[in-house]
Ligand binder design. Sequence first.
Ligand code: PA5
Length: 399
Amino acid sequence: MIQFHFDRRITDLLEDENISFYKKKQDVFEQFQHSSMIGWTEDVDSDMLSSLIALRDEVKKHSQCLVVVGIGGSYLGSYAINQLFSSYFHSCSFPIIYVGTTLSSDYLDELFEELRTKDFSLFVVSKSGNTMETVLFYQKIKRFMEEKYSLEELRKRIIICTNLSKGYLREQINQYHFVSFSIPENIGGRFSLITPAHLFPLSFSIDIFQFVSGYFQGKSYQEEAYRYAFCRKKLFDLGKVIENFCVYDEKFLPFTEWLKQLFAESEGKEKRGIFPVSTLYPRDLHSLGQFVQEGNPVLFETFFQVDNSSLKDEFSSLSSIVFDSVIQAHCSGGVYCNLICISCLDEFHLGELMYFFMMSATFSSYLFEVDPFDQPGVEVYKNAILQHTNFDFFHQKSD
Ligand code: PA5
């Protein structure tokens, strides 16, 4: 179960906003229902899930790890979940290595050093099939693999997930007959959690059936998702233009990266939107905490709490004291604090939580009167790269 406690001071304000709250809700729900980009709300075929498990079993037979290449919405979801379910100190029995988000030559050298003595498979995700960072890493790793494996072997080891019909990666699938999955046209990158783009890498570390059923259960939080969106918009109108997602466990940080992308890329348009940041407490209480408490009052906070009342150790009881004290202190400093409590952090509840946020980011974008499902600002950057690079990176290859 997930419980939402939005800051009392803001929910009190909502009492006066009753009419606007309900009127806008009707508008927002209508826009949502009529959007052509809500494929992520539609049921998933259980045969698709079984085929992912079957492929995972095949990969495990001939590989010692899986290298996943993707960026933005094509990797953050599965990366965040995988991190949440990983051990702090031990790499899991079947490591997943996420690459393609930086352009460091040192990183690439070390990656190849790491892979030189290993048998591995490659999973490449790009909805457009043309993203520069992803294509570049794909080309480099494929070339590296060609030195190790025959084409027949490559066909077992390279798996591509892209759109159905166009782009560089689709051409590669057609040319080499690699195993492939598609991302439906009506599901955007950051909303593609329940497509193979995320479910395939996740199948190595979690129960994807549980995750998917929790995800759809998340639909029951539609009212809360709207309430959260409405509160955020009210906070924005009060000058609170930054939302700080506060977590108490390092494993939760990648999840906040996912949240940051979801909100920033969905609602940050036309000079509008809330800028999302995240902090790890208590670590950041001893640095950024000063600003939160007494600095420029531009932010509000959303805290995550996982119920650990069944744990009776000293750390757990101390951490709930810290948790309550931080909220008390920040509220006394005038910071608005929302609280999201999760009864248990398993696949099912995580699925619910992620669906909740996807709905809420969508509603929030509609309240800001922007389209949640496009990202024109990202295109500006992509075009700038093409203008400044004097070569066609798609075709500087040996194939
Ligand atoms: O959410 C989005 O749409 C973006 O973050 C994309 O996922 C990101 O730009 C990568 O694009 P692609 O999947 O086409 O490689």
